[in-house]
Design a protein. Structure first.
Length: 69
């Protein structure tokens, strides 16, 4: 995510705490936050897909997604 968008999220959060936001600004904030979350989760998944676990025998195993029960 671009630094400009992160700065805008922070500016809107500060304005929300001080004077409040208009409906248009609230919608912009919602969209920017959702985009930030998607970017964060995508980066985390990418990092985890490249993670290996070393067992007690020194062998590397690719990290797998835990199956839901």
């Amino acid at each position: 995510m671009e630094q400009q968008k992160i700065d805008r999220i922070n500016a809107l959060a500060h304005k929300q705490k001080t004077v409040g936001l208009t409906e248009a600004e609230q919608e912009e904030q919602k969209i920017l936050r959702q985009e930030f979350i998607q970017s964060y989760v995508g980066n985390l998944r990418s990092q985890l897909e490249q993670t290996y676990i070393m067992d007690e025998h020194g062998q590397k195993h690719k990290l797998r997604r835990k199956e839901e029960q």
